[in-house]
Every structure is written in structure tokens, then in C-alpha cells.
Design a protein around this ligand. Structure first.
Ligand SMILES: [Zn+2]
Length: 180
């Protein structure tokens, strides 16, 4: 229901390429605001020693969960920023069903996070940086096996893409400096 409302409303406020659309999807008025929060979480993740990815989950205009990507520090390969944000939101809401919620991610979610979003009934995913903009290594071992058109509306809003690419490059420099 909410998705139809948003789609209808944004037709009157179609931003086109001015706001950085690439997929031709309608963009919600608040997408930029919440994507910026996801990118802040990605910066927080790098500062904590994790991977340059961050995510927030928004339901009814409220941030109900957030996550950084520090699976390397807590010995949990399933702890990506998106799965951490889903767990955070479900824990705070006391529910396993996030119908109506939107997941905002700095980087395009991997297959695991996309599937986790489907299991959580996340209604929409918005991401800032497409996987083509970063190394294949970040996605290489699992291709996108979930057809997002079936279950989740997946929107790429590219206006902050260069910020995410810069952060990833900064992180890669840090990896080199630390001798990895
Ligand atoms: Zn992931």
C-alpha cells in the first residue's frame, strides 16, 4: 500500500537525472537523507576497523535499525551492515517481519543480504553505490542469485555514489598501509 502511495506521489516530483537517478525508478523525498545516514555508518565501520559498508532501516519515517560491517572483528562472516541492521531493527521492534520498511545501504547489497531482506519482508532497498563501481572481490564469490524484481523494489540512487567509492578507496589504501 505504502509503495503505491509513494509511487503515485513522486510522479509529480519526478527528479530525473538532476538528482542522480540511474534506474528510472521513482525516488522518495527522503532517500537522500537516509542514504547519507547509511554512508555515515560506512565511515563509522571503517573507523572501527571494519569493511566500508553501512546500512539503516527506516519504517514509517523512523530509523528503526542500523548496522556497520565488522564481521572481521567479531568472527562472523554473516555480519554485513545490512544483516546487522535487519537484526537491530527486528530486535528493537520485537518482530521478524519488516513489511513496509526500507533498507538503505551505502553499497549495493550482496546476495546474502538481498536474501536476508527477502526473508525479513523488507519492502524496498535503496543503495548509493553500484557493485560495478568497486572491486569484483567484494561480490565475486556469490553472484546476485535473488531476482529482486520478484520480491523487493531495488532502487539505485547514484547521487552519492562517488562518496562511497572514495570511502572504499580510502579503506583499500588503509589495507595496503597495514601491510595486507
Ligand atoms: Zn552483504
Amino acid at each position: 500500500m505504502a509503495i503505491f502511495t509513494i509511487a503515485r506521489r513522486t510522479k509529480f516530483f519526478y527528479y530525473g537525472n538532476k538528482r542522480g537517478f540511474v534506474n528510472g525508478n521513482d525516488m522518495d523525498d527522503n532517500d537522500s537523507k537516509y542514504l547519507a545516514l547509511a554512508i555515515e555508518k560506512a565511515e563509522e565501520s571503517v573507523l572501527a576497523g571494519g569493511f566500508p559498508a553501512g546500512a539503516v532501516i527506516v519504517s514509517d519515517g523512523v530509523v528503526v535499525g542500523s548496522g556497520i560491517s565488522v564481521g572481521n572483528l567479531i568472527d562472523d562472516p554473516t555480519a554485513h551492515s545490512e544483516t546487522v541492521a535487519i537484526r537491530d531493527a527486528c530486535s528493537k521492534l520485537g518482530a521478524s517481519d519488516l513489511t513496509g520498511a526500507t533498507l538503505y545501504a551505502s553499497l549495493q547489497p550482496c546476495a546474502m543480504c538481498l536474501a536476508a531482506s527477502v526473508w525479513a519482508n523488507v519492502s524496498r532497498i535503496v543503495y548509493a553505490c553500484a557493485k560495478e563501481k568497486v572491486s569484483d572481490d567484494y561480490y565475486g564469490r556469490v553472484s546476485l542469485v535473488v531476482d529482486p524484481d520478484v520480491a523487493i523494489r531495488l532502487d539505485h540512487v547514484s547521487e552519492m555514489e562517488s562518496d562511497v567509492v572514495s570511502l572504499v578507496e580510502k579503506w583499500e589504501e588503509m589495507q595496503e598501509t597495514s601491510g595486507r
